[in-house]
Design a protein. Sequence first.
Length: 384
Amino acid sequence: MSIRARPAPAVYEFFAGGGLAGLGLHGFRTLFANDMDRAKAASWRANHAGDIHVGDVWTLDAGDLPGRADLAWASSPCQDVSLAGARGGLGARRSGAFWGFWRLIEALETEGRAPPVIVIENVAGLLTSGQGQDFGAICDVLAGAGYRVGALEMDASHWLPQSRPRLFIVAMRGLSGPVASGPVGPFHSARVVAARIRLSERAQAAWVWWSLPAPPRRNLDLAALLEPDTAVDWFTQAQTDVLMALTAPLHRDRLEAARASGERRVAAGFRRVRVERGQKVQRLELRFDGLAGCLRTPSGGSSRQYVIVCEAGVVRARRLTGREAARLMGLPDSYVLPRGEAAALKLMGDAVAVPVVRALSDGLLRPALEGRAVSPASAFPGPT
């Protein structure tokens, strides 16, 4: 007698962007996806089956969400809680979209369709935004709804050659996931530990230290993901000299040491505004450790990154390409990028790294859902 295969667990994906979280949710099927950015939604459609609802999360109601999901994933906008932003907090216009998402969860609860697992993904700055009140507010409403709550700070650099710490608030109800007796590295950072102490009594009582397997040793560096030298446009010598003139003494010393070695050395470069002697000064900062800096949108604080190559005593410079940025997010070259470098970089700068989501899915989310009846298959696409 054949045994009928159990359907994969189902997910609602909010603030889906180009769908990188969905690609990382190995073994899940998407019942519904949403984003208010039409350009990102176009990228989602180009790389996924089905369709995506385009519009503000505040315009949705429970009737727009088909079936019953096992997981609700929300990569809510980070601009108002990022360390690179103005830190307006969850009360600000864009990051306040979390409350639009939570309004939907409450509506699903009244219909008996609230998902047993919720993941809120955001920048690590959420831990301290509003003196910790924003993080505390999220944990408190989750605890008040009967969820067990924990958080992990996961840096993409464990899997990819990009320094990209992100916060994952994981909430579960009626399930038992892998749990540690206390904070364990590397995902329970000092910032997570400190943020837990500031929580309300209700949130602290609901807190758990979710456990994930230690990541494998990363075997990629930045140089391995770059385009061939002949396939990209390099700055002129004059442009390179102007850029190198922005380096601070410490970074200039690193650059000169790499040049003097005569070997091929690859660095990531990004511009920062620093205060020196009471004045704001734009500086080019370099890292020769095989990692790129955290990718941001072209309008972000560090803007578009540079690739600096020292070889045979010569320094060359160029901008990081959209395809290289996609590789730094863990995407294969088959992923269809939008036309134009700025659009591709914006899409990647706002996204979550695929291998990080995969590690969370394989190590925590799916093990917690094993053995329970998952949602029945539901028609997709949802409403557009």
